[in-house]
Ligand binder design. Structure first.
Ligand SMILES: Nc1ncnc2c1ncn2[C@@H]1O[C@H](COP(=O)(O)OP(=O)(O)OP(=O)(O)O)[C@@H](O)[C@H]1O
Ligand SMILES: [Mg+2]
Length: 591
């Protein structure tokens, strides 16, 4: 894993997810306060502008000398410009904070996925995971853009407007304060409560829909082959309807908030006006301040107009942040030492002692006290029926799985005392189910060694018996393999994975069914080739092909996670044990 400023505040933290996001913004609090101040200045300018307009209109109607209103005229210009500039600065600063935090959140998710990916992130459906990484992270930006900054700005401007009105007419200031508190707190809370159910449903439904669509696309051929496409489409439709319903509920809550806001604004301004008119009638207030008072009250509501929608969006941001936290809080699939042991210089050897792996807690062991030695230069074949535990041995050695019991040693030290990436730089190879990227054959191969020269690529491809096929393609090495290798055959995919393993050439090579998907002559030829190519190096060959195993140093037979037989071909071929029976089953009993 590469080093860098890991946003640790998101990883396995007990605080509520939105608070964790706020904590991530702590180093940026200066900018956040700046954004709030600019937001307050913008809204304040707007409010003052309307108040001043009231003054100008009312005063102008009294036909004063132009000098008496010239200051106000200049102030109107200054406030108009100030409003635009401060709003721009507020947007700039709040988006800057939001995007910086979003970047950190994406990094945190990515770091976690990077740690989890080798062992699989199967707890999440791929479309749902993508939604968490993209839409959910995007949704959290509302915390800074619509949440924190407007709230601070509303408090400042609302307070200032009420104070200003207090100097004009105290009872009207009281009414305005009550109206602003209702519009700024009660209405947003009511909207958020009305949209709570929808906010909880929308993000998961969005994830579910993305997962359904991804699976529909990936499994389209199988769904059609078994006539299950309609049912699967109906399933996606149902999720879509769920999402639409949640969005409709949110829209209704937003509309309700906006309507209530207008009603509260109207009622408050009317009440202020009536109080002002009464005071004017009583002679305690002249007409110019009355205009200023009424328009200030009207303008002050600009500070709280956006709050109901913001409260609803914050509800959605909260759900999104929890969904993100579920990813960042996943435990490590394998323990990483706090101070990893440096890799010895080599040569390398592995020992498994009583290795036991239990997948679901309480389930049957996939590996049951397996012991295995792979000293430098030794080649061991691991054979056994489907589900016997062969790939699990490979997963343990490549630090993709933790042992439930027993020990795994690399050069005499616990495998877990090395960094997992270091272990994988020594022990790796060809997985049972290799992944091809939607890129060219050359790019897919170069993945194992990015700086490899053409000769090295040719040599690796030749060893995997891939070269004649590549040469026969019109685009040769530049032929695209399609999504997940869909544009090449299963056997070709497997050979490409094998060529990758040869190119990477780790000191301890693990080949998990390298000849899968190949026709019998190709299997035999490739097994013979790879045994010849790997002479003198440590190899763990997992295979169902029992031909040619006379060349390996040891054959280990697994059955239901246990070693049922071990020895060399010469010892086992007529021993009457599982190896002989497996060979007879395959019609290979002759040699
Ligand atoms: N991620 C997993 N979660 C739960 N059980 C698992 C998981 N991976 C494997 N198993 C179970 O562990 C057992 C051993 O699986 P493993 O993949 O090691 O078998 P295998 O010998 O490689 O089989 P095959 O020849 O089919 O590749 C099986 O019963 C399998 O169902
Ligand atoms: Mg397997």
């Amino acid at each position: 894993m590469s080093a860098g400023p890991v946003p640790a505040s998101l990883a396995r933290d007990r605080r509520p997810p939105l608070l964790r996001l706020l904590a991530m913004a702590r180093p940026l609090r200066g900018r956040l306060l700046g954004a709030a101040a600019a937001g307050a200045a913008a809204t304040g300018c707007g409010t003052a502008l309307l108040a001043l307009s009231g003054f100008l209109l009312a005063r102008a109607s009294q036909h004063p000398p132009i000098l008496a209103i010239s200051v106000a005229v200049v102030a109107v210009r200054a406030l108009s410009v100030g409003r635009g500039v401060s709003r721009y600065l507020e947007r700039l600063a709040s988006h800057d904070v939001a995007f910086r935090v979003l970047g950190q959140v994406r990094l945190a998710i990515w770091r976690r996925l990077e740690a989890l990916a080798p062992g699989g992130v199967a707890v999440f459906r791929s479309g749902d995971l993508l939604t968490r990484l993209v839409s959910d992270v995007d949704a959290t930006q509302d915390l800074f853009i619509r949440g924190v900054t407007p709230l601070l700005a509303a408090a400042l401007v609302g307070g200032a407007a009420v104070t200003a009105c207090l100097f004009i007419l105290a009872p009207a200031a009281g009414v305005l304060a009550a109206g602003l508190l209702t519009a700024g707190i009660v209405v947003p809370l009511a909207g958020a409560v009305a949209a709570r159910k929808a906010a909880r449903a929308a993000a998961p439904a969005r994830g579910k829909l993305a997962a359904s669509v991804t699976e529909l696309l990936d499994g389209a051929a199988d769904l059609h082959a078994f006539g299950a496409a309609d049912a699967a489409l109906a399933d996606a439709d149902a999720t879509d309807a769920e999402l639409t319903q949640a969005d409709r509920r949110t829209a209704t809550a937003c509309a309700l908030g906006a309507g209530l806001m207008s009603a509260v604004t109207g009622l408050t301004v009317w009440a202020v006006l009536l109080l002002g008119v009464a005071a004017t009638g009583a002679g305690s207030l002249s007409r110019v301040p009355l205009a200023v008072l009424t328009l200030t009250a009207l303008a002050a509501f600009e500070a709280v107009t956006a709050l109901p929608a913001a409260a609803i969006q914050l509800g959605q941001a909260r759900v999104a942040a929890s969904r993100i936290a579920l990813v960042t809080d996943l435990p490590d699939p394998v323990r990483e030492p706090s101070r990893p042991r440096p890799l010895p210089p080599g040569p390398f050897g592995i020992q498994l002692r009583n290795a036991t792996v239990v997948y679901p807690p309480g389930g049957p062991p996939a590996l049951d006290r397996v012991s295995l030695d792979l000293p430098p230069g030794r080649r061991v074949a691991l054979i056994g029926a489907n589900g016997a535990g062969k790939s699990t041995v490979a997963a343990v050695l490549m630090r993709l799985r933790e042992l439930t019991a027993g020990t795994a040693l690399l050069n005499g030290h616990d495998l877990a005392s090395y960094a997992a990436d270091d272990v994988r730089s020594v022990i790796s190879g060809c997985p049972q189910d290799p992944h091809l990227f939607d890129a060219t054959i050359g790019d897919n191969l170069r993945l194992a060694k990015p700086g490899a020269c053409d000769e090295e690529l040719d040599a690796a491809a030749a060893r995997a018996r891939l070269l004649p096929w590549i040469a026969s393609l019109p685009q040769g090495w530049d032929t695209p393999v399609g999504t997940r290798g869909a544009a090449v055959s299963g056997g070709e995919r497997q050979r490409l994975a094998l060529a990758r393993a040869f190119l990477a050439s780790p000191p301890l090579l693990i080949l998990d069914e390298p000849t899968a998907h190949m026709d019998p002559p190709a299997r035999r030829a490739l097994t013979a080739d790879l045994l010849a190519a790997t002479e003198g190096r440590a190899v763990l060959l997992i295979t169902h092909d029992l031909d040619g195993l006379d060349q390996v140093d040891e054959i280990v037979v697994l059955d239901h996670g246990r070693v049922t037989e071990r020895g060399c071909h010469r010892q086992l071929r007529h021993a009457g044990g599982p190896y002989q029976r497996l060979r007879e089953g395959l019609g290979e009993g002759g040699s």
